[in-house]
Design a protein around this ligand. Structure first.
Ligand code: ATP
Length: 249
């Protein structure tokens, strides 16, 4: 399988309007095709800022990002259909059903009616939402809502998927189902970039990570190599070793 660059991030700096400090400072990373890449770090480190810049929601103050599919640079127009984003907040209409939400968000992409309808049925089935496909989302548990959020980000079969804390606040069953599903689509070729505070989940899920603190990359690389190089028994130990034990309030 092709393992060239998928995203090339060069010197990204971000200062929000009215902020006195940079939220990201000269971040450079290479994410390869078929990676499950974890952006990890304490509260306020800059993970959401970085992932929001990567999927085009907010602009960087400085720096550049190039995206590639099978070695070919993709332009801004192609990006919309090739990138997918699953935000931390629920990005759907609570008073609509999953099917109505998927119909609505799916219509923004260039899919035929039949294609969209088949895609919706498949996603609802794969994410265990088929039985509740026609019930209003506000009646759902947190785990079901997370899966609706995920389905929306996947409706157009993105080649590169960004997820900001996709398993926050869900039970073990939903977490397991979400991660298994993401592993499947990764095996089928989707590059995944994800943030999480669950170190054991990230350790099982990611092949590469960047540890970010105070807007800077502290360490970056293959997870197994980083653990060995830093003499850490697991990801949580590595995290504490490199970012310290102090609160980030
Ligand atoms: N819209 C904004 N305006 C000003 N400052 C912001 C804005 N959004 C985030 N920040 C600041 O940027 C820094 C990085 O925030 P960000 O949300 O990216 O961190 P994070 O690593 O995702 O944190 P968490 O783990 O708590 O979600 C923080 O200091 C935060 O207060």
């Amino acid at each position: 399988m092709y393992k060239g660059p998928s995203i090339q991030i060069e010197n990204i700096t971000k200062r929000y309007k009215s902020a006195e400090e940079d939220s990201l400072s000269l971040v450079s990373l290479q994410i390869n095709e078929s990676d499950v890449y974890g952006l990890l770090g304490p509260n306020g480190a800059g993970k959401t800022t970085l992932i929001s810049i990567l999927c085009g929601i907010i602009p960087p103050s400085q720096g550049s990002i190039q995206y590639y599919i099978a070695g070919k640079k993709i332009n801004e127009q192609e990006r919309r259909s090739l990138l997918g984003f699953v935000p931390q907040e629920y990005a759907f209409y609570q008073e609509l059903t999953p099917r109505q939400n998927l119909d609505y968000f799916g219509a923004m992409y260039n899919l035929s009616k039949t294609e969209l309808s088949e895609r919706i049925d498949k996603l609802l089935d794969e994410l265990g939402l088929a039985k509740v496909a026609d019930k209003e989302v506000f009646t759902f548990s947190g785990g079901m809502k997370r899966r609706v959020n995920l389905a929306i980000g996947l409706i157009h079969r993105p080649s590169i998927l960004f997820l900001d804390e996709p398993t926050v606040g869900v039970d073990v069953q939903s977490k397991n189902a979400i991660i298994k599903y993401l592993e499947e689509i990764n095996r089928a070729g989707t590059t995944i970039v994800y943030t999480s505070h669950h170190m054991s989940e990230a350790e099982e899920f990611c092949n590469r990570i960047a540890l970010i603190d105070h807007g800077k990359v502290v360490v970056e690389g293959g997870l197994s190599e980083l653990l060995i190089e830093n003499g850490a028994a697991n990801l949580q130990s590595l995290f504490i070793k490199l970012t310290g034990e102090e609160y980030r309030d």
